[in-house]
Ligand binder design. Structure first.
Ligand code: PHE
Length: 356
């Protein structure tokens, strides 16, 4: 019985094995009940005691070595199989079959427009600022020079929060409204415009500054094709020692040209906002030839600077000057994409949305 010979043979055979079936046969041949190793152990009984001991030990070592051959090979075959087919099945891939198209998601048209508008202003040095959608009456109206009796504050236009008087009184306040007996400016509302971000930003940043403030605004109004109770604005503010209406016009013209990618016709009309003086309204010509108002704007009112704790001047060089604007993002979207009804932007109808 040549143990060395058995080992060499086993080694040669194991190297040629390529699948689990062959490995199984190998196991039976060497390690099985009637295998070669078993035969070696059987033969021990005829040997003298000394030989029995030494050959027995050698046979044990051989058994371990052959087991090791088998285990290593077995692992090898299994791993190779897992790599080509993780599901352990014998399935083959037909690379000539046409593939299944994966449905791709995309951004909402309002997001596209907002992103595009922001990045155009960013190239002109405007930084993005943000403020809360739930605002106080102070930031949304008082600080912006909106008179106490202004219709925009009415129940008609503003979504007010239901609060009890003591709750409002107990908060720190900018101004005390004695007539009403409580701190009215602390009252909470859903912001009706992004203009409060002007005040918030100027409170914590010294000019010169250029910011844009994208965001959602809320109005307690009936909806129609051009108005929604909720829409998006992009506020802009530029403050420096010498800023004129002509700077505003140049920047907006450049913006519109880049946004619409054509020489879109625009016009500036006189308007009125309590927080700008003079104030303008900007219209653009729609593809159907009709004018559409897309933004309000003007030169920042000195009272607005004062609310934010800044020194204001109407004369160049003596204090801060600036322009501000508020673009309706929904309006930009309907002009750009020739949409006839603003409400389509909020109905989540995939037949509509999949066109973008
Ligand atoms: N906040 C105004 C609105 O909502 C727009 C505006 C912004 C006007 C800034 C002037 C300056 O209509």
């Amino acid at each position: 019985m040549n143990l060395e010979e058995i080992k060499n043979r086993a080694k040669e055979e194991i190297e040629k094995i390529v699948d689990l079936k062959q490995a199984d046969d190998f196991f039976k041949k060497y390690l099985g009940k009637k295998g070669e190793i078993a035969k070696v152990f059987d033969s021990l009984k005829d040997l003298a005691i000394e030989e029995k001991k030494s050959i027995g030990q050698q046979a044990n070592t051989l058994k371990k070595e052959i087991e090791e051959f088998f285990n290593t090979k077995n692992e090898e075959i299994k791993n190779a199989k897992n790599q080509t087919n993780p599901n352990h099945t014998a399935e083959k891939i037909d690379i000539t079959r046409p593939g299944q198209k994966i449905q791709r998601g995309h951004l909402h048209p309002l997001t596209l427009v907002m992103n595009e508008a922001c990045s155009i202003f960013q190239t002109m040095g405007f930084e993005i600022a943000q403020g809360p959608e739930l605002e106080t009456e102070w930031y949304n109206f008082d600080a912006l020079n909106v008179p106490k009796d202004h219709p925009a504050r009415d129940m008609q236009d503003t979504f007010w929060l239901r609060q009890n008087v003591s709750e409002i009184k107990n908060q720190k306040s900018k101004i005390k409204d004695n007539e009403d007996g409580f701190y009215k400016s602390n009252r909470l509302l859903m912001r009706t415009q992004t203009s409060p971000v002007q005040i918030r930003y100027m409170e914590s940043h010294q000019p010169p500054l250029r910011i844009i403030a994208p965001g959602r605004v809320f109005r307690n109004e009936a909806t129609d094709a051009k108005h929604g109770a909720q829409f998006y604005q992009l506020e802009g503010l530029m403050v420096d020692k010498e800023v004129a209406a002509s700077n505003f016009k140049a920047i907006i013209e450049d913006f519109l040209k880049r946004f619409f990618k054509t020489n879109v016709e625009m016009r500036l009309r006189p308007g009125f906002f309590p927080f700008t003086e003079p104030s303008f309204e900007i219209d653009v010509k729609r593809p159907d030839g009709k004018w559409m108002e897309i933004m309000g704007a003007g030169m920042v009112h000195p009272n607005v600077f004062r609310s934010a704790g800044l020194n204001a001047s109407v004369k160049p060089g003596l204090g801060w000057q600036g322009f501000a604007f508020g673009v309706g993002i929904d309006r930009l979207a309907i002009v750009k994409y020739k949409i006839t009804d603003i409400r389509l932007l909020y109905q989540n109808d995939l037949r509509f949305l999949n066109q973008f």
